[in-house]
Design a protein around this ligand. Structure first.
Ligand SMILES: NC(=O)c1ccc[n+]([C@@H]2O[C@H](COP(=O)([O-])OP(=O)(O)OC[C@H]3O[C@@H](n4cnc5c(N)ncnc54)[C@H](O)[C@@H]3O)[C@@H](O)[C@H]2O)c1
Ligand SMILES: O=c1ccn([C@@H]2O[C@H](COP(=O)(O)OP(=O)(O)O[C@H]3OC[C@@H](O)[C@H](O)[C@H]3O)[C@@H](O)[C@H]2O)c(=O)[nH]1
Length: 348
């Protein structure tokens, strides 16, 4: 690509050519085919993504994480591996590394954590994404943002397609997260149009699986931990609100396909199986302990009343659809939770 092409601010309305990869990425003795940065790689989805990327011997993986909700335990098997590197880093600060791809996941995802310090959450989404885009621009890397179904807010269109612009409260207690992700998407497209950065955007719907924080506060981890401990399940009112739950291995597969493919997105990634929270509680009771009751408790403001992805686009452009249904995925997560809680099956 000529320098002129990058300078051309008109370019017939088309995005600019992507910048060339930095030659500095070859600066080490080991020359991977792909040097990949995963921000938020010590978290739930990030650590499963790292496991999958590390399966490919030609990949070198660098994780940057500040451990706000992530944990070293999630990456323990890779510490010391020659193709793996960990950097304790907050994405609200600039990062200088030479990489080919950036999976940008860093952001607290559970409502209790993202509401805990909302100013930090929005800084993470806005300044953190700006920093990662700046890095992508400097080194010529392709960058994938894990956006969220929360960009649809309390959706008036159901199921949600990527064309739906959403119904979001800009000043509510969830706005630091959902508006933060909306700005992050805007930044991604502005860098793409203005600087030719290669971007990918995944809109992730509720994802569950092993390694979620036990006290994460999200509904699947809460219900499982409660059922295993023999405590009542806390169904937040009214209990008729719906979500669609995707198993983490399916999500990781979708993210890698998106990164490797040609489509910028945004693309919905999620499992279209839709459940009310009452139904989810029933499935958990049935699988784990029918003796534990489900109780209705108070909800928090602006809780979306329904959510289900339309995944036609993911099927068409990525050849992707989830393989693991809820009744298969929950027992896999139960085994991990029992192990970590030290409560074997048939304990009580
Ligand atoms: N799990 C889901 O259901 C879901 C749904 C939609 C979108 N997502 C998105 O996927 C990504 C990962 O979610 P998750 O469920 O694995 O959450 P998680 O909380 O387990 O992981 C987030 C990781 O980001 C790190 N982090 C947070 N702020 C940071 C900062 N300022 N600098 C560096 N690291 C920081 C945390 O320490 C953690 O390791 C997030 O971007 C989230 O918004 C998740
Ligand atoms: O103990 C609980 C926790 C939650 N809930 C309900 O379960 C539903 C799901 O709540 P969660 O906290 O698991 O997650 P939410 O769907 O609200 O948000 C999630 O959406 C997608 C991602 O971006 C994030 O992971 C997170 O923001 C809500 O209706 C909530 O009211 C319960 O009934 N009981």
């Amino acid at each position: 690509m000529s320098k002129e092409a990058t300078k051309d601010s008109h370019n017939n309305g088309l995005p600019k050519q992507p910048p060339s990869p930095s030659p500095l990425r070859f600066s080490k003795f080991f020359q991977p085919n792909m040097r990949i940065l995963v921000t938020g790689g010590a978290g739930f989805i990030g650590s499963h993504l790292v496991d999958k990327l590390m399966e490919n011997e030609k990949n070198e993986v660098i994780v940057a994480d500040n451990f706000f909700t992530g944990s070293k335990d999630n990456l323990s098997k890779w510490i010391g591996h020659p193709r793996f590197e960990f950097i304790r880093h907050d994405v609200t600060e600039p990062l200088m590394v030479e990489v080919d791809q950036i999976y940008h996941l860093a952001c607290p995802a559970s409502p209790i954590f993202y509401k805990y310090n909302p100013v930090k959450t929005i800084k993470t989404n806005v300044i953190g994404t700006l920093n990662m885009l700046g890095l992508a621009k400097r080194v010529g890397a392709r960058i994938l943002l894990t956006s969220t179904s929360e960009v649809y807010g309390d959706p008036l269109e159901h199921p949600q397609t990527e064309e739906y612009w959403g119904n979001v409260n800009p000043i509510g207690v969830r706005s630091c997260y959902d508006e933060g992700k909306r700005v992050a998407e805007t930044l991604m497209f502005d860098y793409h149009r203005q600087h030719g950065i290669e971007i990918r955007i995944a809109r992730i719907f509720n994802t569950y699986g092993p390694r979620m924080n036990i006290d994460d506060g999200r509904v699947v981890s809460n219900f499982l931990a409660q059922a295993i401990r023999g405590e009542h399940l806390t169904v937040q009112a009214p209990g008729t609100q719906t979500r669609s739950f995707c198993y983490v291995s399916d999500m990781v597969d979708g993210l890698i396909r998106l990164m490797e493919g040609d489509n910028t997105g945004p693309i919905n990634l999620g499992n279209p199986g839709e459940f009310t929270m009452m139904e989810l509680a029933e499935v958990v009771r049935e699988l784990i302990d029918p003796a534990v009751p489900a109780k209705i408790v108070e909800n928090t403001p602006d809780d979306p009343r329904q959510r289900k992805p339309n995944i036609t686009k993911a099927k068409e452009v990525l050849g992707w659809e989830p393989q693991v249904v809820l009744r298969e995925g929950l027992p896999l997560m139960e085994a991990d939770f029992r192990h970590r809680l030290g409560i074997p099956k048939n304990y009580r």
